[in-house]
Design a protein around this ligand. Structure first.
Ligand code: HGY
Ligand code: MN
Ligand code: MN
Length: 424
């Protein structure tokens, strides 16, 4: 991958006011009262409104906007001064997502999409003509919180998941991806898999404490850890809370609690960087005086080391077998997501680090604890990520915050890396 240190005009900087204004305007859609966060679960009305707003900005900027069969939106910038040969080259692409978890923050995903838009607007305004088109995308359903798996849109974009299979995916509310895409008007005509970019780079908040604790400005992300999501359904025997002696109980709530504590103990034993989360527990019928009939819970396991992640999965499976036996319940599982760790392109990582240092930033090479669309694009083209610090490491929480200086530094780094990858 030939990359050249950024050849953007010395000192060319993004317009921080414009970036902040767009981040604010977008986060006002699905705004969570009293916070700076938003709730825009994939393919909901709020997601549709957010999509419409960003598509408007892309169109106003003169980008060639396309929507594909899973609702991924790509805006391509082809400056008029570009030669016909250059205009048909695969673009350097950036982007991320604008869907959020139910309790989302202002910057998760949004920074990568609006930062990409800002880079293109800055270059266009300055009359910089890259040697190949630049593109900014937002990929559908990156969070996977309503419809698993996460990174669904970018996974379909790179051919890792069939479009029909994605459309048939049922959400936590019983709706289907294909129906919801049609309902919000984003069941687009562009083919999946999508065009393979020349290279892909994503700027994203770290969503963890590492950069802030180390007082470092920019993360040069070298990898993404492996992800394993399992849905567990426990079927016991519904019974009267008062009359049923403990010896006769087959209690899914108790089993769910045992699984939750098992995950914590196992992860502690395996040690850092293994993490484990029980994020969802549902009881049925969920009433004070009824021993539950069933319980459904999710387990999210992650590790940079795939072998240890597999060990964690095997230990969890053993725990479920023992509990089914001892408590006389039925336990079934469904894999919601399973992605191996991903290593980014070393030359693109080098360019991120070099570009940030040229801007006077301190840098740190690090893995990503969160999943990102970049980990899917890495399957088809040279890819890396730029991290900005997260205040107190808080994310997937409306209190998510990154200070302006770091937002601007992250997007200025993105500008330099994109120009460096495209040549100008
Ligand atoms: O789950 C994740 O890591 C990402 O936020 N989708
Ligand atoms: Mn994200
Ligand atoms: Mn997220």
């Amino acid at each position: 991958m030939e990359t050249s240190p950024s050849t953007a005009p010395e000192g060319l900087e993004i317009n921080g006011d414009r970036l902040l204004r767009r981040l604010t305007e977008l986060s006002d859609i699905g705004a969570i009262e009293g916070t700076t966060g938003s709730s825009r679960l994939a393919f909901t009305d709020a997601d549709q409104a957010g999509r419409d707003l960003v598509v408007t900005w892309m169109t106003e900027l003169g980008l060639d906007v396309t929507v594909d069969g899973i609702g991924n939106v790509v805006g391509v910038w082809v400056p008029e001064a570009m030669t016909p040969e250059q205009a048909t080259l695969p673009p350097v692409m950036t982007g991320s997502h604008i869907d959020t978890v139910r309790t989302g923050g202002r910057y998760d995903g949004n920074l990568g999409v609006l930062g990409g838009l800002e880079v293109i607007e800055t270059l266009a305004t300055a009359g910089v003509v890259p040697q190949r088109p630049l593109a900014v995308a937002f990929f559908s359903n990156e969070e996977g919180a309503r419809f698993p798996p996460d990174m669904m849109g970018s996974l379909v974009y790179v051919g890792g998941l069939g479009l029909e299979q994605a459309h048939q995916t049922e959400g936590i509310d019983g709706s289907k991806v294909g129906d919801e895409l049609a309902r919000i008007g984003y069941l687009g005509p562009s083919p999946c898999p999508g065009q393979v970019p020349h290279a892909f780079v994503e700027v994203h908040i770290e969503q963890g404490p590492v950069l802030e604790e180390a007082s470092v400005d920019i993360g040069a992300v070298e990898s993404v850890q492996g992800i394993s999501w399992t849905e567990i359904t426990i079927t016991g025997q519904s019974n009267h809370a008062g009359t049923t002696p403990m010896r006769l109980r087959h209690d899914p709530a108790f089993v769910a609690a045992e699984i939750t504590t098992f995950v914590r103990r196992m992860v502690t034993e395996l040690g850092h960087p293994q993490v484990g989360t029980v994020g969802m527990i549902e009881l049925h019928p969920n009433l004070v005086n009824v021993v539950p009939a069933s319980a459904k819970l999710t387990v999210d396991l992650r590790n940079t080391n795939n072998d240890v992640l597999i060990e964690a999965e095997e230990r969890l499976a053993g725990c479920l077998e023992r509990l089914a036996e001892s408590e006389g319940v039925e336990i079934s599982t469904r894999t919601l997501a399973r992605f191996d760790p991903v290593i980014f392109d070393p030359e693109v990582v080098d360019l991120v680090e070099l570009t940030a240092k040229r801007l006077g930033a301190s840098t740190l090479r690090m893995p990503s604890g969160a999943g990102h669309d970049a980990q899917m694009l890495a399957r088809v083209c040279p890819t890396a990520m730029i991290f900005t610090p997260s205040h107190k490491g808080i994310s997937h929480n409306p209190a998510e915050h990154t200070d302006r200086h770091h937002l601007e530094l992250g997007v200025n780094t993105l500008l330099g890396v994109m120009v460096g990858l495209a040549g100008s």
